[in-house]
Design a binder for this molecule. Structure first.
Ligand SMILES: C[S@@+](CC[C@H](N)C(=O)[O-])C[C@H]1O[C@@H](n2cnc3c(N)ncnc32)[C@H](O)[C@@H]1O
Ligand SMILES: [Zn+2]
Length: 435
């Protein structure tokens, strides 16, 4: 006869324990069951097994996630009977899953999803008819909503040291390496980019401009940065209700993509692009816009130091200094002074140009937007300030100081995978009510 020395060794106890474990396993297994069957109507109710069984329904057409809290990580009191725990746990998992599935199913039948499907069809038709079309690109890469997660996954990551370039993943952090170009992307990512460009810009013209450039001046980082800033600028312009903006100044414009996008979308706006030196990229883009049937007559390049070639005044009609003074600008003639009907912006103007552009705008009562980059401590805070901060903390603090000094009324940020210098500060023109 077998002798049981303890409670734990009794068959009933062992059996009970085993059945509890089985129940627990069954509950977990039912939560982890995947039914992946991607379709154009969004991915079917599918459960991602990764990340400790988070229950996730994902509509890729709309880029919507219905993710529930991680039911399996809910704490179980160690003293509670395991059978009850397993019942409770499987009940929780089932109700979570049903709630998420219900929301997901409602979404698939709803108006937003239907409209997204209609847009998807339009984007696909436009892509097929464009010079971007590539047979190797899956239809879903154009039909699904653009996702930075999916687009950047696998791209080279920016590093400060040399050596083999790491790649980006949705969880890696970091930015796109500035040297990655459109021409080196494979078909699927190019198709995703087509969707991004045509959707964000509102038509196919910028996508056509890039095609026209034929692999020149096609750095992904510059493209995303410019389009994202352009979107912030259009939002700022649309916040103006009583002041009609007539001139925009892209100060320290470099390649000038932002100003050119703005000029194409707002033909009534006179755009002045100013830099110490006219870059080949600026001319190439301007030519490409003309080549795709959209000559930008409302753009004028001003060569020189903007603090010297521009002046401030009361607005339309006021004339400032001659264009290109001291620099030999492309076109001669007086420049309108920066005033309350102007929009001044500077994207990564570098060192003092960041502050000087905002300063100029404020003196003229103009609307402004700045995306500062390498800021100088002494231009933003009292000289005696001692600071022991990391690079990113320092950047944020100095941006805050600029915002406070010049009265920014909106602060936002660009997609962090595009640039580490991503703070967007802005303010409406004088005379425009801040709401
Ligand atoms: C980092 S680049 C940024 C270019 C562009 N805005 C962009 O978003 O990529 C800085 C540019 O600022 C220009 N710059 C700096 N100080 C300037 C000034 N006082 N007047 C005109 N341009 C200036 C430089 O010539 C350079 O092209
Ligand atoms: Zn949807």
């Amino acid at each position: 006869m077998i002798k049981y020395r303890s409670y734990r060794q009794r068959p009933t106890a062992v059996l009970l324990e085993a059945s509890v474990m089985l129940l627990l396993l069954a509950a977990a297994a039912s939560a982890l069951t995947t039914q992946a069957a991607p379709s154009r109507a969004g991915s079917r109710p599918s459960l991602a097994v990764s990340e400790a069984a988070k229950l996730r329904y994902h509509c890729e057409v709309c880029s919507l996630r219905y993710a529930s809290r991680d039911a399996l990580s809910s704490s179980v009191h160690p003293c509670a009977p395991k059978l009850l725990c397993s019942r409770w746990l499987s009940g929780r998992i089932r109700s979570h899953r049903l709630a998420k599935k219900k929301h997901f199913d409602e979404h698939l039948l709803g108006r937003k999803h239907r409209e997204a499907l209609e847009r998807a069809t339009t984007f696909w038709a436009s892509y097929r008819a464009s010079g971007w079309f590539d047979h190797a690109a899956p239809q879903s890469s154009v039909e699904n909503a653009f996702s930075f997660d999916r687009f950047t996954d696998g791209l080279r990551r920016r590093t400060r040291s040399g050596g083999p370039a790491p790649t980006l993943t949705p969880h890696s952090g970091g930015c796109i390496c500035p040297s990655v170009r459109v021409s080196e992307l494979h078909a699927e990512k190019r198709a995703m980019l087509y969707r991004y460009l045509t959707e964000r810009v509102g038509d196919t013209r910028y996508a056509e401009v890039l095609l026209e450039l034929g692999g020149r001046h096609d750095r992904i980082k510059e493209i995303f940065e410019s389009v994202e800033v352009y979107l912030h600028l259009t939002a700022l312009i649309s916040r103006h209700r009583s002041v009609r903006l007539s001139a925009a100044y892209d100060l320290a414009c470099g390649h000038g993509l932002v100003g050119l996008l703005l000029a194409a979308s707002f033909p009534e706006l006179q755009v002045f692009a100013c830099d110490l030196k006219r870059r080949e990229a600026f001319s190439a883009h301007l030519d490409a816009w003309a080549a795709v049937g959209m000559p930008l007559h409302n753009v004028r390049f001003v060569e020189g130091n903007f603090t010297q070639v521009l002046s401030v005044g009361q607005g339309a009609g006021d004339e400032g200094r001659g264009a290109g003074e001291g620099g030999g600008g492309e076109e001669e003639g007086a420049l309108p002074a920066v005033g309350p009907s102007s929009l001044v912006f500077s994207i990564h103007g570098c060192t003092t140009a960041n502050n000087e552009a905002v300063e100029l705008a404020c003196r003229g009562g103009a609307a402004w937007m700045a995306v500062p980059c390498c800021l100088q401590l002494e231009s933003c805070l009292p000289a005696a300030t001692s600071m022991r901060l990391s690079d990113s903390e320092r950047y944020l603090l100095l941006c805050g100081a600029i915002g406070a000094t010049y009265g920014a009324d909106a602060i936002a940020s660009l997609e962090p995978r595009v640039t580490p210098r991503s703070v967007v500060l802005s303010r409406l023109a004088a005379g425009e009510a801040t709401s």
